[in-house]
Design a protein around this ligand. Sequence first.
Ligand code: GLU
Length: 368
Amino acid sequence: MPRKEIIKDVRRIVVKVGSSSVTEQGVLSGKKISGIVSDVAGLVKRGYQVVLVTSGAISTGAGLMKKNVRNLTIPEKQAYAAVGQTILMNEYRNRFNSKGLHVGQILLTEDDVKNRTRFLNARHTLEALIALRIIPIVNENDSVAVNEIKFGDNDMLSAHVACLIDADLLILLSDIDGFYMDMADPEPVDEIHAISNGIIERAGGAGSDYGTGGMLSKIRAAEIIIRFGEKMIIASAKKKNALNRIMDGEKIGTIFIGKDRPLTGKKRWLVLRKPAGVLVLDKGAVDAIRIGKKSLLASGIAGIEGNFVMGDVIEMTGTDGIKIGKGIVNYSSQELHQIKGKKSAEIRKILGDNIFDEVINRDELLAY
Ligand code: GLU
């Protein structure tokens, strides 16, 4: 399908730029940032709503202090991120200001979006900035984030930001042209509709030409965006005006395309949550959820894995191990061990009158 057709309904775009696209040999590059800012400002002028996710805080801070990022301890990285983030923002602010645009900084950790209420708070801030025509510039809050609360990389962060603002398109700009199934190919793959095991292998598995991290984290982000039912493009920041050319319909980089009907609200948020446990469902429950679009009842649960409490996100599988979906549970794993396979009357006998009819309500459930 022509790109123009694929992107015709796009209004909201998250643009993510990698460290190498804003720095030159470890030092912040005014020239590179200027190129990105002009390109983003062009999109805004055309009426698109844009949120920018930028890397480069750690490398800029380390570069200023003449340190090599590779040799830093975690606290040193956190310290240099604190230094570099202000330099990075200063550069963006000055350049966006000269285009007549204001910017606002948002620093996030995964902890800030794991809890649904905090997620909504972050969403409201971003929505307010967009409504005020201020460009939100997002990075991971590297100075305070330790492994347990980290997104891990800005590709994953940008998928979360795409969820926060219900973006129609995520564009990942880096030094890679797109996704190549074979590095000997003259052009990257044009369109991808599903992430196969072959693609994951190629991106980061044994024998991958992409090395570690880089492409695999982009493919992981693409998996999420496809699940949302939205679109993502991997393109090179080296191409002049790449963003505007993409929105003109030019075939640049690789586009990942989700299914027709995008998920909304809580269902998108569920895609991003790491499950605290697994519920194994019998065939009747699998059909009720997949075909009947029903809630999950205790009578359909055949097995429980992991320890979780009421309100946690869990994954559901069939007895064959195939993933069915995710949802927020009304019962703890301990309670479920007592009531699995049972009907309401029996459940009442075991847990008393104060019970929920459903283990997972349909509104809190995402079926794959
Ligand atoms: N948040 C990091 C930084 O700004 C970059 C992480 C990444 O690029 O994945 O330095």
